[in-house]
Design a protein around this ligand. Structure first.
Ligand SMILES: [Fe+2]
Length: 307
């Protein structure tokens, strides 16, 4: 059983500076133009990250050196995140609007997931999950980049999926079997369709691969008119109890310019609830009003390994 160590990994300055040209491109071009040139030095460094994810720990916190953060514009940082994603694979569309880079911030402090909001548009905590719930096809990498932390809360919680399976194998093997069988899922935010898939599967090396976001599953079972069995509910209760156990959680707060890179299905993530400053403004207004308090803002990429 292992708690992932999130000591930040600082990107070497020469590697970051090799991106200078790409960082000055318009963001829309970095996102849409698949032929964008990525320097070899940066690609090599990304390959090291990939190796580390698969061989030693399935999630990494990547930080810019203080020198590289100095005078870095918001757009340049956003470009860096997108180029990192592109160096790893193909950026996936995450919603019906066709967005490949999705901004995560509280749209409306009065709207909750119970009322149908998507997790990334609220300030709620809890629901430790994977992101690979809306799209049935497998993809590998999740990137979360921090544009602005909250003054209070919003701590990241990461659990190694293998640790949960190891514990359930020992203490609740019959319920682990239930998680390995189909549940109903919805593609909230992507389409109205429903589909079926297990919560736990295994990759070719035997690592546990999770698909888990309880509120979406509960809603899908309701919509499919297929109530979960008592065994299915109990199995998720046990899973959630493990995910909420402090002895297997890694917790840390991201700073502005930090990037969290993870193998989405091998780790489960969540956050504590947070509160934005009163009268905080959303990121599109920051440049017009630099002295106003900023709303907590992260950006998200879903990446499929190109084959
Ligand atoms: Fe998420």
């Amino acid at each position: 059983m292992s708690v992932i160590d999130f000591t930040p990994k600082v990107i070497p300055s020469d590697v970051f500076q090799s991106l200078k040209n790409a960082l000055n491109l318009p963001l829309s071009q970095t996102i849409q133009n698949t032929t964008i040139e990525i320097p070899d030095l940066f690609l090599q460094w990304t390959n090291h990250l990939r190796d580390e994810l698969y061989s030693s720990k399935p999630a990494l916190l990547v930080r810019l050196s203080e020198a590289d953060q100095k005078n870095l514009s918001l757009d340049a940082f956003r470009n860096y995140t997108v180029v990192l994603g592109r160096a790893l694979g193909v950026l996936l569309v995450q919603n019906t609007e066709g967005d490949k880079l999705v901004t995560v911030y509280d749209r409306d402090p009065n709207r909750t997931m119970a009322q149908g909001a998507r997790y990334h548009q609220t300030h709620e905590g809890g629901s430790i999950h994977t992101d690979n719930v809306n799209i049935p096809e497998p993809w590998q990498y999740l990137i979360l980049s921090c544009l602005q932390p909250a003054p209070v809360g919003g701590e990241n919680i990461i659990v190694n999926g293998d640790s949960v399976v190891e514990l359930m194998k020992k203490d609740f093997p019959q319920y682990l079997k239930v998680l390995e069988s189909n549940y109903w899922w919805e593609k909230r935010g992507v389409s109205d369709e429903l589909y079926q898939a297990p919560i736990v599967t295994y990759d070719k090396d035997g690592h546990a691969q999770f698909r888990h976001l309880r509120p979406y599953m509960e809603s899908a079972h309701k919509r499919a008119d297929q109530p979960m069995s008592a065994m299915q509910i109990k199995a998720i209760d046990i899973l959630d109890a493990y995910l909420n156990s402090s002895d297997i959680q890694a917790r840390f707060t991201m700073k502005a310019y930090d990037v969290l890179l993870s193998l989405d299905s091998r780790t489960l993530h969540g956050r504590t609830c947070f509160a934005d400053p009163a009268d905080s403004i959303i990121f599109t207004e920051w440049s017009k009003n630099p002295s106003a308090p900023k709303r907590r803002t992260m950006e998200r990429l879903w990446i499929k390994e190109s084959v």
